[in-house]
Design a protein around this ligand. Structure first.
Ligand code: MG
Length: 361
């Protein structure tokens, strides 16, 4: 046979991946039974479904730190998700984990973020108090499991169980309405932990890059960071994009090396391997996080836009609560099942920053 069939790809996974890697043959099933694809593994198919979905396209209009309309240079959640996916593929490959699952989870990991990033998340969580709350990972699950109704019958994009569990990783507010077969706090595959590690590397380095470009803090301030100084030596230049790319390399290599040690020690040392940084690198990464919090995330310029966005979310939410008939059909039709507050939350959280600001209330 001249072409690679799905079975050949599955056999290759069995031969080449680590014993703890997710095997696409053992994907855990889909809620609606479908025949297998002739060319793609189950995870490759999940990835394609995520990439061809409308919420994935809307990531282009959602804020990472700066409002998406502030300039063409700064990162949107779409750019961020693509960067995380590229890193996660590299790390998964190096650790002999499932590259396709890591890619799928990375592309989908921010689908549930509302407009205006974390402040938007806080606002919606307050508005849904006593009604299951709001959190972006749980909302991501709702989107792929319920709201993107491709098949009818409430199976969403009909993704595999392992992909769905990976996306739910992290805390879920009490009473948040997930698909009925999905339980919070179930263990997620190692590939989901790889995405977590890469998400952190991506936002630390890219937020530093965006903050510098925007002039929120100066290059000189970055030199106070031990990780920056180390990257500057490796980069052999002071040009900031080169230094940032060295920082990413240092963090990615450390993640691979420290995690590989864990995977090698298994099963002899009797504990589950972790995807993690070395102790030294955790200290350096934390120093960078504290810097970004103080100098960037809580800077007057960023907070001003974010707080305005938060107010806007509250107003738009109140408007649709009073006028649910103005919501699009898809969301209005779920009110009977999910209740008015949850349906308004689904509608508002799915908006891009720009669409939210254009709402006449
Ligand atoms: Mg992210």
């Amino acid at each position: 046979m001249a072409w690679l069939r799905r079975e050949d790809l599955e056999d290759a996974e069995l031969r080449s991946l680590h014993a703890l890697a997710a095997q696409s043959r053992n994907h855990g099933g889909r809620r609606l039974d479908e025949p297998d694809d002739a060319l793609r593994t189950a995870f490759q198919r999940d990835r394609d479904r995520v990439m061809h979905s409308a919420p994935f396209r809307r990531l282009q209009g959602k804020t990472q730190v700066f409002a998406a309309f502030e300039g063409d240079y700064y990162r949107t959640r779409m750019a961020h998700s693509l960067e995380v996916s590229q890193m996660a593929r590299g790390v998964a490959r190096a650790l002999r984990l499932n590259v396709d699952l890591a890619e799928t989870v990375a592309l989908a990991h921010d689908l549930g973020h509302p407009p205006f990033g974390h402040v938007g998340e806080e606002a919606l969580h307050e508005l849904l108090e006593g009604r299951g709350g709001f959190r972006h990972n749980a909302q991501g699950s709702r989107i792929v499991d319920l709201l993107e109704d491709r098949y009818g019958g409430d199976v969403g994009l009909n993704l595999t169980l392992l992909t769905r569990r990976s996306l739910l990783k992290g805390s879920v507010p009490d009473g948040f309405p997930l698909a009925p077969d999905l339980l919070p706090r179930q263990p997620a595959p190692l590939e989901a932990h790889v995405v977590d590690g890469c998400d952190k590397i991506a936002y630390l380095c890219h937020d530093l890059d965006d903050g510098l470009r925007a002039g929120v803090f100066a290059l000189e301030a970055c030199r106070g960071l031990a990780l920056w100084r180390r990257a500057e030596v490796a980069a052999t230049t002071h040009r900031h994009p080169r230094v940032i790319s060295e920082m990413i390399s240092i963090l990615v290599h450390d993640l691979v090396e420290a995690s590989a040690e864990e995977l090698e020690a298994w099963p002899h040392d009797g504990r589950q391997p972790q995807i993690r940084h070395s102790g030294d690198m955790q200290v350096l990464a934390n120093e960078l996080l504290v810097f970004l919090r103080e100098r960037f995330y809580r800077s007057a310029r960023v907070l001003e836009v974010m707080h305005a966005g938060q107010d806007r979310i509250r107003n738009v939410f109140a408007h649709y609560l009073a006028h649910p008939e103005e919501m699009s059909d898809r969301f209005r039709s779920r009110i009977g099942r999910d209740g008015l507050h949850r349906s308004v939350c689904d509608y508002v959280s799915g908006m891009t920053d720009r669409f939210l600001l254009r709402q006449v209330t």
